[in-house]
Design a protein around this ligand. Structure first.
Ligand SMILES: [Zn+2]
Length: 273
């Protein structure tokens, strides 16, 4: 469980989807006196980029209309409201959070956000999933609303449809950068019909180290997420699997596309010399 700190609260406000609760514990060093932040980072639809948004007021209005700011109210059960404005164009963002406080745990849920968070469409992924555009859009909508079970179902279908194309890209990268017959053979076996447990084992060793940041192994994570079912898993567990699938594929696609682009550019230039 995450410890409640100004940093973790700000991250919650910036990134949490609607209707997706998160539980925090009280930290040893920082007692949560309020839910106030001086600023957040968010995408500004008017400036069309990530901008800093400043908090427009120091007062937290909790249920019951209490507006005192000295001393700042502690996080307590009720609905809290925030207003932020873009530093450049003054575009406003309003966020509502429902807090449930029990002894030293805090369950926070974002229950409203205006304007609605934009869907984070990735152009490389859009291109890669071009023949599954409808499912990709639906997965994004479900992710942005915290509908984990539905998001996982859509992401799993897209991933299953595209896993072979992804493996072909990984093979091309290995062949071009560091031809290793053993590694290529391992990747080839992932195309086959072996049991998922075997695929997870192979995926964990069939990735070149250049595509394995800090040993996090995006290919292994994809196979692990594909092996997980929907039955008996909670909304937040499915949300985590859907996010893992999306982010691991996003990482591999962007890395592989960038490498291939750089390689082609280099070949084009050096062939002229
Ligand atoms: Zn702006």
């Amino acid at each position: 469980m995450t410890e409640i700190t100004p940093k973790s609260l700000r991250e919650f406000i910036e990134t949490k989807q609607l209707y997706c609760a998160e539980e925090f514990t009280e930290g040893l060093l920082w007692k949560p006196s309020n839910l106030w932040f001086s600023e957040i980072d968010a995408f500004c639809p008017r400036c069309k980029k990530e901008k800093t948004y400043l908090n427009t007021e120091e007062v937290i209005r909790s249920r019951g209309g209490m507006t005192s700011s000295t001393p700042k109210p502690r996080i307590k059960s009720g609905i809290h409201h925030f207003d932020f404005k873009c530093v450049s164009c003054f575009q406003k963002v309003c966020i509502w959070v429902d807090a449930k406080v029990k002894e030293s745990t805090y369950v926070l849920e974002k229950i409203g956000e205006i304007p609605r968070k934009r869907l984070d469409r990735d152009t490389a992924l859009q291109k890669f999933f071009s023949d599954d555009q409808e499912c990709y859009e639906r997965a994004l909508v479900c992710l942005s609303h915290g509908y984990g079970i539905a998001a996982y179902a859509y992401m799993r279908r897209i991933a299953e449809n595209h896993i072979d194309s992804l493996l072909s890209l990984v093979t091309k990268e290995v062949e071009a950068s560091n031809p290793d017959p053993e590694l290529i053979e391992k990747i080839e076996t992932l195309h086959g019909n072996s049991p998922m447990s075997e695929k997870i084992r192979i995926a964990n060793i069939a990735i070149p180290s250049s595509l394995n940041p800090d040993g996090l192994n995006p290919l292994g994570k994809i196979y692990k997420a594909l092996s997980e079912g929907i039955h008996s898993r909670s909304e937040s567990e499915c949300l985590e699997s859907a996010t893992n699938l999306m982010e691991s594929i996003r990482y591999l696609i962007s890395e592989l596309t960038e490498r291939s682009k750089n390689r082609n550019q280099y070949l084009k230039i050096t062939q002229k010399i």
